[in-house]
Structure formats: structure tokens, C-alpha cells
Write a protein that binds this ligand. Sequence first.
Ligand SMILES: NC(=O)c1ccc[n+]([C@@H]2O[C@H](COP(=O)([O-])OP(=O)(O)OC[C@H]3O[C@@H](n4cnc5c(N)ncnc54)[C@H](OP(=O)(O)O)[C@@H]3O)[C@@H](O)[C@H]2O)c1
Length: 303
Amino acid sequence: MEKAQPKIALLGASGMLARKVREKALATGYIVTLYDLPDFDMTDRAKVLQELTRLQPDVIINCAAFTNVDGAETQQDLAMVVNGTAVGYLTEAALAVDAILVHVSTDYVFDGQKKSPYVEGDAPNPKSAYGRTKLAGEQAIIQSGLDKYFIVRTSWLYGPGGNNFVETILRLAAEREELRIIHDQVGSPTFTGDLADAIFSLLESVTSPQPPGPSLYGTYHFANEGSCSWYEFACEIVTLAKKQALPIKSQRLLPIRTEEYPLPAPRPAYSVFSKEKYLVATGAEIPGWKDSLVNYLKSRNNL
Ligand SMILES: NC(=O)c1ccc[n+]([C@@H]2O[C@H](COP(=O)([O-])OP(=O)(O)OC[C@H]3O[C@@H](n4cnc5c(N)ncnc54)[C@H](OP(=O)(O)O)[C@@H]3O)[C@@H](O)[C@H]2O)c1
């Protein structure tokens, strides 16, 4: 008898990351059921439990979140319900149906004071409301008693179908002579397609037959290889856009300090991840951020 195709429940299905997760899931042979607002509100505990119990997914992937980092400063309660409390409902559902839970978290759980790459065991110390709510989501999973989970922290995400830094720079560079970009925050840009691949590499590590050993479930850091400041990221975007003959008006990109561009939510000054744990668990390769940016800009014209 043929083995039944495994099922994924994908939450936040209309979002930027979910778009690539869906593509990858279908290409990997999963049946994918999509959930998002307005039909499916993950803060409705009864609905989450009822729906996921009915579906009986093998894997629940949570790409849903309150992602407006500055908005979270004034809408902390809503951000906490979505990013914290509702993640607890997903763990309840995962326990009820014996599913693997994959949850996406953020570099904003750290304060950014470190001078070397963050490892998974480093103590979180979020500086923003968004970071505190995302940490609450992680804690809801860890404290739930669920064993079969992956918390995948990532940073500086961009990809098709979302508001992101690459699209913002392309838009502003087509409109303005001069761009002023923050140069004293350093991190790692991450293409959503690479993160989607990483999620499935982690799933593969626990679903394919393995020699007995310690459990591979747990918390992982994933971003593209390498690091840069927002200013360096913007320079690379503009240089590549010019090479591809995209409309660029900006002649000057000026590096500025964080204080010169005040925002409601503080950002970590340094949020580069060590990906060693991911590399050991999966044996997969991680593309460099510049290579992935080239590929994204090339493919973007065909989207
Ligand atoms: N973007 C980044 O730079 C970045 C960096 C690090 C980590 N992350 C994390 O990566 C994950 C994916 O981010 P993303 O940029 O792909 O997010 P996104 O594009 O904003 O997508 C999030 C999705 O979740 C949905 N959602 C919000 N509240 C919901 C609720 N109550 N019930 C059901 N769905 C709800 C949103 O719907 P609406 O649009 O209708 O609100 C949206 O479709 C998130 O966990 C985020 O925290 C993102």
C-alpha cells in the first residue's frame, strides 16, 4: 500500500515567508492546508484546536505573527496575544495531534550588545515590545512539554510578496537622488527561499531514518552567510539593481548613525548568528547573503 502524503498546516499563509514555505512544502511532497486572517485567527483558541484536531497535520508551521516592529510599541497587548499567547494554542494542538511544531522567531530577542555571533544558548534580552512578544512565543513552546518542535530564529528577511528592506531601497532609489542609511547596525540578510529550504532540512533531519542519537529538535539560528550593515546592504542592492538596468535615480548613499534616524522600537546593534548548530544537524549548505540577493533580484523580474 502506498504511504499517505504527510500533511502540513501552514499558519500566516498569506505572508512573505509562508509563500516560500508553501512552494517548498509542495515541491517536497506535502499536502499543505493554508490558514490566515481573516478566515482563521490564531488567537481564537477554540478554533485553532478544533481546526487542527480535525486536520490531523503531521507538521504545523507557524509563519503568522504580528510583525510590525514599531507598531508593537503602541499595540503591545495585541502583539503579545498573537506572538505569545496564540503560540501556546499551537503547542496545545501539536500535543493533541502529535504533530511537529515549527515556529519562526527573531534576532530581536537579543539586545545586540554581543561582539561575536549569537549562539542558541545565549541569554535573550529583548529591547523592544516586538522582541518581548516573540520571546514569549518561544517560551510558550519550551514550557509546554512539547518535545517535537523547532524554533528557528532568523533575521533581516526579504523575499517576494512582502514589505521588506530590499523592496524599500529599490523604491526609494528610483525616487530620490540621495539615500541616508544606518551603518551602525550589523546583521545578516536572509532570503525567504533559503529559510524555507532550511526549515525543510530540519524537518528532514527528524523524519528520515536516523541512527540513534540525541534529539535534533530544539532552537536553531538561521540566516544567510556573512554579515553587513544596513548601509552596506543598501549599497549592494543599488549596485546590483544598476547592473540589471532597474530604474535608479540615487547618486549618493550616505551612512548615518542610529540616532540620526529615530524609530519607536530600538533595534539590536549587532545580531549576527552562529549557524553551527544548524550546519551540524542538517549537513546542509547556507548560501551567502550576496549570492542570494543576486538570485532574488534576477528572479524578481519574473514574479
Ligand atoms: N520580516 C523580517 O524581517 C523578520 C525577521 C526575523 C523574523 N521574522 C519572523 O518571521 C516570521 C514570518 O515573517 P514575515 O515577514 O513573513 O511576516 P508577514 O509577511 O507579516 O506575515 C505574517 C502573516 O501572519 C498573519 N497574521 C497576523 N496575525 C494573525 C492572526 N491573529 N491569525 C492568523 N494569522 C495572522 C498576517 O496577516 P495580516 O497581514 O492580515 O496581518 C500575515 O499574513 C514571523 O514569525 C516573524 O516574526 C521576520
